[in-house]
Design a protein around this ligand. Structure first.
Ligand SMILES: Cc1cc2nc3c(=O)[nH]c(=O)nc-3n(C[C@H](O)[C@H](O)[C@H](O)COP(=O)(O)OP(=O)(O)OC[C@H]3O[C@@H](n4cnc5c(N)ncnc54)[C@H](O)[C@@H]3O)c2cc1C
Length: 488
């Protein structure tokens, strides 16, 4: 007999876990399988961007993330033992960072090793009654009009599972993507390699990204402090043509060569990886009932720290749509996943490639271009789900991130939005009808802060999607019911 599950998720990295949390909090059954026996131990993606912090707040894990991390550190450049300069992230990138304001509660990136972010999401999933099935590999699947039949291999046997939908959150080498016949167009930087890993270090002082270059940025060796951890993440660009053994001895040799220092002692190597940069995107993020999220859909340089962030936001976009369609919404809603996330991923590839080529300086990606590194200005304007009925739209439009704002009555808009539902912000105007469960109606006075932040006048209705983007802006409250018919 074949078990049935609404959603099967292959891969329990950040994208698979974020999706599982999204579905679990909506009461949608899913199985999350991962072929690895245990969680990944490396620090890998260690910077959470401001928009991701907002998403994690909604998913109920922000407190744990803040407790397990630290503000992004400054960069300290050495020449031998001498400190040449110390610069904050904005100075290093050559761009202004967002400022805290009523609309932006978390303006700066947050430092936290990926293994801890993964653990926090897995704990949240457990809290919601879910779990990751480890040592369980997806080895085959077929789809038809009604669902997907998948084969899972574990304990030396194959299990058949029937799912309404399959999501490939299985990383850059995605089996799901390959088996679905989706191309992964792009390039591999054959001559560029990076050695990265986690190691203990003695002989460096302070909480920084400690940088040693020996005067040549192409030979950079960085040691990043990690919060609440004795290990540092090292990142070392490998010389073209060099094929170093990924060992502690190699890391020690590179540090001495590049820093000229023998007083820094590296030991207890916990994780090491020698990797080539791939800049590639899946040709499609959806094939029928099969979806791709995270690295399975897009990989790029780590410059700008976008990988994990984009991955979590893919899942945040897909999760509510899958739940809605499983609950009876028109299946066409799922088309908007590819339509909205594909252009975002393409821009992330462009921005990270420009940063990589430009020695990490953001001169080609100033704040205000989409998506800037903080990802706050990602917008789905132009999506079929973004409808703005106004003759003269204001600064904030349908498709944009719904900004935060303090409320005169106490609290913040983000608290109003929190949870798996739609929110109708009714600015001034007449009393609004009840739209049923799943839509919270929140009246806002026209002279309160949100009206200024949203740049709207009295009588405007702003319908905010479950993922915190604006779906509809209209003066006609009757249009809200019409809009909702297409999405739930
Ligand atoms: C060496 C390295 C360094 C990085 N450094 C940075 C950085 O500094 N900054 C940054 O932003 N990003 C970085 N990244 C990228 C970041 O780690 C990824 O963007 C992020 O992990 C993507 O999450 P994901 O969930 O999509 O995929 P992953 O984290 O790769 O998770 C995929 C999961 O799928 C599982 N899996 C694979 N195949 C199957 C199968 N057939 N069946 C079941 N399970 C399967 C795997 O075991 C794995 O657990 C780095 C990546 C690597 C590899």
């Amino acid at each position: 007999m074949t078990d049935h599950v609404p959603v099967l998720i292959a891969g329990a990295g950040p994208s698979g876990l974020a999706l599982a949390v999204e579905l679990a909090r909506r009461g949608i059954g899913c199985r999350v399988v991962d072929r690895a026996a245990g969680p990944f131990a490396g620090s890998r993606a260690k910077g959470l961007q401001p928009r991701t912090l907002e998403v994690l707040e909604d998913l109920g894990v922000l407190d744990a993330v803040l407790a397990g991390g630290a503000p992004f550190p400054a960069f300290r450049m050495y020449s031998g033992r001498d400190v040449l300069w110390e610069r904050d992230l904005g100075e290093v990138l050559g761009t202004a960072l967002p400022r805290r304001g009523p609309d932006v509660p978390y303006p700066l990136p947050w430092l936290i090793p990926q293994w801890r972010t993964d653990a926090i999401l897995a704990d949240r999933l457990a809290e919601l009654g879910g779990r990751v099935e480890r040592s369980t590999e997806l080895v085959g699947f077929d789809q038809d009009d009604d669902g997907v039949t998948a084969t899972l291999r574990h304990d030396g046997r194959d299990e058949r599972v029937r799912a309404d939908y399959l999501v490939g959150a299985d990383g850059g080498r995605s089996f799901v993507r390959k088996h679905a016949g989706v191309g992964f167009a792009g390039t591999t930087y054959e001559s560029e390699r990076t050695l990265i890993g986690d190691v203990r270090a003695e002989g460096v002082e302070g909480f920084f990204c400690h940088m040693f270059t020996g005067g040549d940025l192409a030979k950079r060796f960085s040691l990043w402090n990690l919060p609440a951890d004795d290990h540092y993440q090292f990142v070392a660009a490998v010389d073209p043509g060099d094929e170093p053994e990924p060992t502690l001895a190699t890391v020690r040799r590179m540090l001495v060569e590049r820093s000229g220092r023998t007083d820094i002692r590296l030991h207890d190597l916990r994780w090491i990886s020698l990797y080539r940069i791939n800049v590639r995107m899946a040709e499609r993020f959806r094939v029928g009932r099969v979806f791709l999220v995270g690295d399975a859909a897009h990989v790029h340089s780590s410059a700008g720290g976008q990988g994990l962030n984009t991955s979590v936001q893919d899942s945040y976009n897909l999760g509510w749509k899958l739940a809605a369609v499983l609950g009876g919404a028109p299946a066409g809603l799922l088309d908007s996943y590819h339509d909205e996330r594909f252009p975002v991923a393409a821009e992330v590839l462009d921005v990270s490639t420009a940063l990589h080529r430009n020695g990490f300086r953001a001169t080609t990606a100033p704040v205000g271009t989409a998506p800037a590194i903080h990802q706050l200005d990602i917008t789905y304007r132009g999506s079929a789900l973004a409808v703005d009925d106004r003759v003269a739209p204001g600064r904030v439009r349908a498709g944009d991130r719904a900004p935060d704002a303090p409320l005169r009555t106490g609290g913040r808009l983000f608290e109003v939005f929190r949870g798996p539902r739609w929110t109708l912000l009714a600015f001034g105007g007449a009393p609004t009808p009840d739209f049923g469960p799943g839509v919270a109606v929140h009246p806002v006075a026209v002279d309160d802060d949100p009206a200024r932040v949203y740049d709207v006048t009295g009588g405007t209705n702003v319908l905010v999607r479950p993922d915190g983007y604006i779906g509809l802006i209209t003066p006609d409250v009757g249009r809200v019911r019409e809009y909702l018919r297409g999405v739930r």
